[in-house]
Design a protein around this ligand. Structure first.
Ligand SMILES: Cc1ncc(C[n+]2csc(CCOP(=O)(O)OP(=O)(O)O)c2C)c(N)n1
Length: 355
């Protein structure tokens, strides 16, 4: 029997769970970058906790927490160029914030107001995608446009481990290889797709190896280590910008929260497993590293906590002051010409709203 193909998948980690360096930092990572990344991770964690609290008090709709996945969002956001396009899924608050979406816009969207997706400062990025995996097709389409126009821009798309089982993901991956698209696909492998374990999702040892079928680079990184993903993102973006084609990155993390505020994870996973997840978490890890290097101390931490709390409180106040849209808006934005069968519903909504 002849062997026609052998493959291996690299797995990268720079900062260990105890905050110690495993190998020297890449040349692209300096102290200023790490301090910036840490501040952004703390800000997003604070925002995230507040968003969950708002949902619990009836002031926000169902909300997907990104607790434990802050390094992924921040690494993508800091690595991308302004004129790249980000195609997010629903756990990407950190990247969206770094791209210019305000905390108030995010709260507005999760509060059920679609005007929150009309991003003032980054109109080129796509709105959040709640259907699983459809965003990969959108991102491949955007990357195709960049390629056809000869623009040195990349399309960056994210999805969870569950999304890699969907046809939309596999079709986009395949197309990206055939057309050598300037596309970076990042899988946030947080081990669970609601109550479905990663092991049930795919028989493969890694999710990165799905790239082999499309003959494009596939790498696995520690998604709790900001440096690992930042470094992989820069390599993938450089490939995309210089016309060398797509990359699939699997960022291994752990979902520390419930799937959304509508879920109760204690029904399907053990406390022991959750505790192990907390031992790996990204915010403490980077803080420990900065402590070891004497770049961070308790006074700076206190000041940061005060600053981010104030920033989040201001965003929440601005959100709560937004005048709700008229209920008829849901008809206005969906149809240019209202289909006849919906006219009666429209009239009724208008009548009830006015009275
Ligand atoms: C097309 C589609 N099917 C089913 C759902 C219901 N659903 C919402 S989240 C989810 C699991 C997604 O898991 P994963 O891709 O691992 O992302 P995670 O939420 O864990 O970050 C499912 C099945 C959906 N939103 N869209």
């Amino acid at each position: 029997m002849n062997r026609t193909y052998n493959f291996s998948i690299s797995s990268t980690q720079f900062i260990a769970p105890d905050g110690n360096l495993i190998k020297p930092l890449p040349a692209t990572v300096n102290e200023a970058l790490l301090l910036k990344a840490y501040r952004q991770m703390v800000l997003i964690r604070t925002y995230d906790q507040k968003a969950v609290a708002l949902q619990r008090t009836g002031k926000l709709g169902t909300y997907p927490s990104a607790l434990g996945q802050e390094a992924i969002g921040v690494a993508i956001g800091l690595a991308m160029r302004a004129d790249d396009v980000f195609v997010p899924y629903y756990r990407d608050h950190a990247t969206q914030y770094l791209r210019g979406v305000s905390l108030t816009e995010m709260l507005q969207y999760w509060g059920g107001d679609e005007r929150g997706s009309h991003y003032k400062n980054c109109p080129q990025d796509m709105p959040l995608c709640v259907p699983i995996a459809t965003q990969f097709c959108h991102a491949a389409g955007i990357a195709s446009a960049f390629k056809i126009r000869g623009e040195k821009r990349a399309s960056v798309v994210t999805g969870g481990d569950g999304s890699t089982s969907k046809g939309d993901f596999l079709e986009s991956l395949n197309l990206s290889g055939v057309w050598q698209l300037p596309l970076v696909m990042v899988i946030n492998n947080n081990q669970w797709a609601i109550s479905t374990r990663r092991e049930v999702q795919s028989h493969g040892e890694t999710l990165a190896q799905k790239a082999i079928s499309a003959d494009i680079p596939g790498v696995q990184v520690d998604g709790n280590d900001f440096v690992s993903l930042y470094d992989a993102m820069l390599t993938a973006l450089e490939r995309a910008h210089s016309g060398k084609g797509p990359t699939l990155i699997e960022a291994v993390s752990y979902r520390l929260s419930d799937h959304t505020t509508a879920d109760d994870a204690t029904r399907y996973r053990s406390n022991d497993e959750l505790k192990k997840g907390w031992d790996l978490e990204p915010v403490k890890r980077l803080r420990d590293y900065l402590h070891h290097e004497k770049l961070w101390g308790s006074e700076q931490e206190r000041q940061l906590q005060t600053d981010v709390k104030q920033q989040v409180d201001e965003a929440v106040s601005a959100y709560l002051e937004i005048e709700p849209e008229a209920p008829t808006a849901m008809f206005d934005h969906l149809f240019e010409t209202l289909p006849a069968p919906l006219q009666a519903q429209y009239d009724e909504v208008r009548r009830t709203h006015q009275s």
